[in-house]
Each structure stands twice: as structure tokens, then as C-alpha cells.
Design a binder for this molecule. Structure first.
Ligand code: SF4
Length: 364
């Protein structure tokens, strides 16, 4: 027996079935266990009442259910966002965010403790990199959010933050995930993709891959792999600057993956998968929100299947920039439209609790 217990959330369904078979037990029991993990989001082995005793004994001795205890939970004043500081087994901590938009709930999931990419306006980047998350630690965040939604299903008082509740918010399950939390998901490619495979398994949480967005600062090898492996998730590429020099000033990773090579990789992706890319653009007042920059983005992306998501800068302690005003965002959008590029201005969520884009960081 290995000394470190196996995290059940690290296993694909095939892997779990093989483990249970190694123990001399039927695939039927593996299927029941999988059902507990991902269909019922059961949170303890003890609550898995109809597994055979022999299986439970092995599970209790050799595995762990890698739930991530909540170290702190904060709710935004508008009631639409909840941020969870979750504790990892090695005492590191990460943040996961539950966001309510009109008609949907989205989990913003972390992929690393900290981040090595160092985007200047991002609180996670300002922390530096500590380590990759395991598949199980990524899966556990999604299961956590799903469990929160189930726990509050049908109980209006539990969801009764001001402005947050409407009857259609009841009986929810998690259906949307964005890998836009702490870390660069394509820097932790294997663990992230295995987690996505687990979460999309049709016999479990059965998330649609098209309801999952993976956001990258421009890790070219990861973009090429996504295309070559024909991964059906959405891809979001953080651009922030439309020339190499302007991008490099905000995104140090542009030194390793220059803009022209990044655009080649993006064209490879869109051609191979016949799918558009979402380009993220943090709007910083007086820095990258001018008409010249909007025209530069238009020229850069013209003809590519693309949508631009404009995100007014969210405040962080380590960066002095300010968010663009609505008028600048609207003007930026109308210039992009002239190049045939659809765009949105991101709804801001959870800014008052540091849960917005670029704000996630672990601080006591
Ligand atoms: S924006 Fe994303 S890639 Fe950049 S430092 Fe923050 S977490 Fe890392």
C-alpha cells in the first residue's frame, strides 16, 4: 500500500474502474462510487451508504476524498458572487469564485498556486508561482461549487442575499466553468485537461465541453496542443496589447511567446478547429484604451474568427492603473465593429470582494 492516500478526484472513470477491479471488485461498484462522486456530489465516504463493506474498507484505508475545506467565504454586496478561499492538503490555499449572471452560474477555477506569468496588473501574478494544482485539486473546486448550488437548491432563505435570488436560481447544478482563476492553465496542461475530461464525463457531472473556457496569456505550445488534440473547449487568449512592445509592457510572458508567433498559433488553432477564439483585453485608462489601440486590435484580428472581450481593469494593490470609462469602452467597441469584430464589455462581478478578473490572490 502506498503511504500517501490516493485522491479519488484524481481518477478518470476508467482509472477508478481499474482501481476497483485491482481490488477484486465489480465495475458495478466502481460505477456506483463514480455516481456518488460526481452525480450526487457526496462529500464523505461515510455517506456512500450502499457500497459493499469490502470496497469501503479499501477506500477508507487507501484513498481520500480530496475535498478542499473552506478557509474563508466572502459574498459580494450585490449577492451575485461568492469567493471561496480553499485550503489544500499542504497548507497552500487557492481561490475559487461562484458567479451568477443572468440565467447561468459559472465557476471560476484556479489551476495553480500563484502564477509564473507575472502580468503586471494581476494580483495572482504579483504573488509569483508556487506550484501546479493536481487534477484532483482542480476537480474538487468544481465539485465544491456544484455542492454549494445543490445545498441551496430549493431553499430560498439560504440564497437570500439582496438582489441575488429569483425562483429560476433554485435547483441549480454547475454547468459553466472558466479557467480564469489563479494560474495559467496551459502551463499546467495535463492536469487541467484530465480534470476537464473528468468533469465532462457523461456518467458524472456531464458538463458540456462547450461550457468550459480555458484562458491563456498566450502559451503557444498549449494552444497548438489544444488544436492538435481537437479539444472542444472554448479558448480565450489574453491580448492586452496589439504590438509586441505594448503587450510586453503588461505581459512579461510575451518575451517567451512574441505576438507574431502567438498570432500564428491562433490562426493555426482557428483554421484547424474551425472555431473562433475569444481575445481578452483589459481596458486600462490612458494606457491601452485609445482609438489607436482599437484600430491596432482591429488590424491584428481582421479576418480571424474572433470575439473580443473587453474587461475594464479591476483594482489590485500592486498596480496603479485605473479602469477605462464606459465611453472609452463603447468607442473601442465601435471601432472593432468597423473591422467586423464582435465584442462585449464584461459584466463586472465581485469587485468589492477581490473576486474580479485579475484580483485573485491569497492574502491573510
Ligand atoms: S492574468 Fe492570468 S496569466 Fe497573467 S499573471 Fe494573472 S493568473 Fe497569471
Amino acid at each position: 500500500m502506498s503511504s500517501a492516500p490516493l485522491n479519488l478526484y484524481d481518477f478518470t472513470r476508467a482509472g477508478l474502474t481499474a482501481l476497483v477491479a485491482e481490488w477484486g471488485l465489480s465495475p458495478v461498484h466502481a460505477a456506483r462510487l463514480w455516481n456518488y462522486l460526481y452525480y450526487e456530489s457526496t462529500d464523505t465516504l461515510a455517506a456512500m451508504s450502499d457500497l459493499p463493506a469490502r470496497l469501503k474498507t479499501r477506500l477508507e484505508a487507501e484513498t481520500t476524498l480530496g475535498r478542499l475545506p473552506i478557509a474563508r467565504e466572502t459574498h459580494s454586496s450585490d449577492g451575485f458572487t461568492r469567493k471561496y478561499l480553499l485550503a489544500l492538503a499542504d497548507a497552500h490555499r487557492i481561490e475559487t469564485v461562484l458567479m451568477r449572471y443572468t440565467g447561468r452560474v459559472t465557476a471560476c477555477v484556479s489551476s495553480q498556486v500563484g502564477c509564473a506569468m507575472g502580468c503586471v496588473f494581476c494580483a495572482t501574478g504579483q504573488m509569483g508561482y508556487t506550484r501546479h494544482l493536481t487534477t484532483g485539486e482542480i476537480v474538487a473546486q468544481a465539485v465544491h461549487v456544484d455542492r454549494v448550488l445543490r445545498a441551496t437548491a430549493g431553499s430560498a432563505p439560504a440564497l437570500a442575499e439582496p438582489g441575488a435570488v429569483s425562483p429560476h436560481h433554485r435547483h441549480e447544478r454547475l454547468r459553466n466553468i472558466v479557467f480564469m482563476g489563479m494560474g495559467e492553465p496551459l502551463h499546467n496542461y495535463d492536469a487541467v485537461m484530465k480534470a476537464i475530461d473528468i468533469l465532462c464525463d457523461s456518467a458524472g457531472m456531464a458538463l458540456g465541453a462547450k461550457k468550459i473556457s480555458v484562458s491563456t496569456v498566450g502559451v503557444i505550445p498549449g494552444i497548438v496542443r489544444l488544436a492538435d488534440e481537437r479539444r472542444p473547449v472554448h479558448l480565450a487568449v489574453s491580448l492586452h496589447g496589439a504590438t509586441q512592445a505594448e503587450r510586453l509592457a503588461l505581459v512579461p510572458a510575451a518575451r517567451a511567446w512574441p505576438l507574431d508567433q502567438l498570432m500564428d498559433a491562433c490562426r493555426y488553432y482557428t483554421a484547424k478547429l474551425e472555431r473562433r477564439i475569444f481575445f481578452e483585453w483589459t481596458l486600462i485608462e490612458g494606457k491601452n484604451d485609445g482609438q489607436d489601440q482599437a484600430h491596432a486590435v482591429g488590424s491584428l484580428l481582421r479576418g480571424m474568427p474572433a470575439q473580443v472581450n473587453l474587461i475594464p481593469l479591476n483594482p489590485t494593490a500592486g498596480y496603479a492603473g485605473a479602469p477605462s470609462h464606459n465611453a472609452a469602452a463603447k468607442q473601442f467597441q465601435s471601432i472593432l465593429a468597423g473591422y467586423g469584430l464582435p465584442s462585449t464589455v464584461r459584466q463586472r462581478r465581485g469587485i468589492d470582494i477581490g473576486a474580479g478578473c485579475g484580483q485573485l490572490a491569497v492574502a491573510d
